[in-house]
Design a protein around this ligand. Structure first.
Ligand code: AMP
Length: 214
């Protein structure tokens, strides 16, 4: 099963992604995670991506398309994959389609999760991420048992460098300007489901399972 998760930053894509990949046993491919890993390892790719990420801007298409398609060539994607945060522009979607066609594949479902802007800002500014296992929390909506410490692995909870107020607002604007046109693109292809990200994570996951099948 080949899937794409779409939606603004803070819509809950990461949370749903973890549940989907566990249930359907497919790899979770997040271009944001690939960039953050490269930043923490100090690679050339990481340094380049950081210039854009810190401002809440998109990393240039050519760079993103290359890392995403390289990842899609790995063997574990043969039985399916979940793309989270890619594509984010029509140009990336067109490149992805061409790549998949060349490899005899196609996207089965696009899941679009939407949440209103004020709620996105609240969610992103309060988001904390475990620096060790990546589990996410929220300072008020989903606090850890011990402040600053991951319930699962006791790792230190951090705020993402791009989860600050100024950057968050720009990321939402960038989403509206550059990524929203993708909804039309997939609407025309007819394989997109529009979902309300404010209904609670278990209800939302149940709707996703209804779409994808047991
Ligand atoms: P995310 O973790 O998906 O919120 O991504 C964090 C940041 O990584 C974004 O704000 C962009 O700067 C960059 N990024 C991740 N995926 C893409 C993409 N498909 N195209 C361009 N930039 C991306």
């Amino acid at each position: 099963m080949n899937l794409i998760l779409l939606g603004p930053p803070g819509a809950g894509k990461g949370t749903q992604a973890s549940k989907i990949v566990e249930k359907y046993n497919i790899p979770h491919i997040s271009t944001g995670d690939i960039f953050r890993k490269n930043i923490s390892e100090g690679t050339r790719l990481g340094k380049k991506a950081k210039e854009y990420m810190d401002k809440g801007e998109l990393v240039p298409d050519s760079l993103v398309i290359e890392i995403a398609t390289d990842r899609l060539l790995e063997k574990d994607t043969e039985k399916g994959f979940l793309l989270d945060g890619f594509p984010r522009t029509v140009e990336q979607a067109v490149a992805l389609d061409a790549f998949l066609r060349e490899h005899g594949k196609a996207i089965d479902h696009v899941l679009d999760i939407d949440v209103d802007k004020d709620e996105l800002i609240t969610r992103l500014i309060g988001r904390r991420v475990c620096s060790s296992c990546g589990k996410t929390y929220h300072v008020t909506n989903m606090p850890p048992k011990v402040e600053g410490e991951c319930d699962a692995c006791q790792g230190e909870l951090m705020q993402r460098a791009d989860d600050t107020k100024g950057t968050v607002e720009n990321r939402i604007e960038v989403y509206n300007r550059q990524t929203k046109p993708l909804l039309d693109y997939y609407d025309k292809l007819g394989n997109i489901a529009h979902l309300d990200g404010a209904i609670g994570l278990e209800t939302l996951f149940a709707q996703i399972v209804d779409i994808l099948g047991e």
